[in-house]
Design a protein. Structure first.
Length: 92
């Protein structure tokens, strides 16, 4: 298998940070994220806590990437969804 070019994306509250990287064959999601430099630009990312995925589907850090994939780093929830719904309902 030849080298793979993938996009690594981190969603921010306003916008996103996207980097295209070229990786050797059989590279993993973790290797793509590290190669992108996003961890240095966003020190709040903790790969032990943040979920990652490809095209909206959650994947493990040691899963291989394929050419053309978009590796996504998902932000942590700011609030518990149940609690947020409860607060909105109380305001009505």
């Amino acid at each position: 298998m030849a080298a793979a070019t993938v996009e690594v994306v981190y969603a921010l509250p306003r916008g996103h940070d996207a980097v295209t990287v070229r990786l050797p064959a059989h590279a993993t999601l973790r290797e793509a994220i590290v190669a992108s430099g996003i961890l240095e630009r966003h020190p709040e990312i903790d790969l032990a806590r943040h979920k990652v995925g490809v095209f909206g589907k959650t994947r493990r850090l040691d899963d291989p990437v394929s050419p053309g994939e978009r590796v996504e780093i998902y932000r942590l929830l700011a609030a518990d969804p149940k609690e947020a719904r409860r607060r909105r309902a109380q305001k009505r």
